[in-house]
Design a protein around this ligand. Structure first.
Ligand code: G3H
Ligand code: 13P
Ligand code: ZN
Length: 315
């Protein structure tokens, strides 16, 4: 099974569009029917290309057949520019598997491995993917924070521009995730003074000017959503995301063509569920709290598409 059979587009196609027209394609993480439909609805309502990102743990949670069954049921058309991407693939086998069940692209995340191991493995999966019209993202540098249930790092290392050039030349990778100060999760910064390192990004772009770059860990962690979660029984303290203005700059004025957002959608979903259950204590039909959660995720995607990505009307 290949991604074209599901009406999905090549992830590379969204990069070409983004690079030429100075926007970034959103990669929104999904993990159930509500988030998948919310993301696709937001893309359709804004005429925005979108990349549906599925982590290994999300794929395990849904199962291959259930995920691809929902994707099939969404009746995606090739001209909608919707791609399906494996986020933070931890092995060559897991990336091959995703390509075989219908993903448009994969990320092989060997960023914490030795550089030679990263180069060899990435070059291997690039050969496999390209033979099937799929594409590959790799990462250099380390993002601090919790990346996944299986990946934890509290060390922070920015991407070295010279290594980036060596890596892209040696692997033929289609896109490169860079570490310039973002991190995964809701606790990204201790103070508003911590800014993204656009100086390092500039150096990277000068070394590899035609390579589409990717920004992980880019949620803005809206304070109003954290406040809503806490108001209705949650306990999230000292959260801080990335500045909206900095993200907008990254999307529209740099070679960053794909920006990954997961935490902001999780906050929207959770705030809606908490509020509904707290304000309507009599309800016990899950649809009555899942529908507002789905709509909150869709609204968040639309807000981000318009304010950060500028990908609306870019199909
Ligand atoms: O960057 C990784 C994503 O936030 C995925 O997280 O493994 O909990 O789905 P997850
Ligand atoms: P956030 O935790 O900032 O949403 O990052 C998501 C991400 O990078 C998924 O790969
Ligand atoms: Zn990530």
């Amino acid at each position: 099974m290949q991604y074209q059979k599901f009406g999905l587009c090549a992830t590379k196609q969204t990069f070409e569009n983004a690079m030429r027209r100075h926007f970034a394609t959103p990669a929104f993480n999904a993990y159930n029917m509500e988030t998948l439909t919310a993301i696709v609805s937001a893309a359709r309502l804004t005429h925005s290309p979108v990349i549906i990102a599925i982590s290994e743990s999300a794929l395990k949670y849904m199962g291959d057949d259930m995920l691809m069954g929902i994707i099939d049921g969404l009746k995606i058309k090739p001209d909608e520019q919707i791609a399906l991407h494996l986020d933070h693939g931890s092995s060559i086998e897991s990336c091959m598997h995703a390509i075989n069940i219908g993903f448009s692209s994969v990320m092989l995340d060997f960023s914490k491995r030795d550089i030679d191991e990263n180069i060899t493995a990435t070059a291997n999966i690039v050969r496999y993917a390209h033979a099937r019209d799929a594409s590959v993202e790799a990462e250099l540098g380390i993002l601090s924070g919790i990346e996944d249930e299986t990946t934890f790092s509290n060390e922070s290392a920015y991407t070295d521009p010279n290594v980036a050039k060596q890596f892209v030349d040696a692997t033929g990778v289609d896109s490169l995730a860079v570490a310039i100060g973002t991190s995964h999760g809701a606790y990204k910064r201790k103070s508003a003074d911590e800014k993204l390192r656009f100086d390092i990004l500039d150096d990277i772009q000068n070394k590899i000017p035609t390579t589409p770059l990717v920004l992980h860990g880019a949620s803005s962690i809206p304070e109003n959503l954290v406040a809503e979660i806490n108001k209705y029984g949650g306990k999230m303290q000292n959260t801080m995301g990335i500045d909206i203005e900095q993200l907008e700059f990254a999307a529209t004025k740099t070679n960053i063509c794909k920006i990954n957002i997961d935490s902001d959608l999780r906050l929207g979903f959770t705030a809606a569920v908490r509020k509904t259950l707290a304000t309507e204590p009599g309800i016990f039909n899950p649809r009555e709290y899942l529908a507002p959660a789905r709509d909150a995720v869709c609204d968040m995607c639309i807000f981000l598409i318009r304010t950060i990505f500028h990908s609306n009307n870019k199909i």
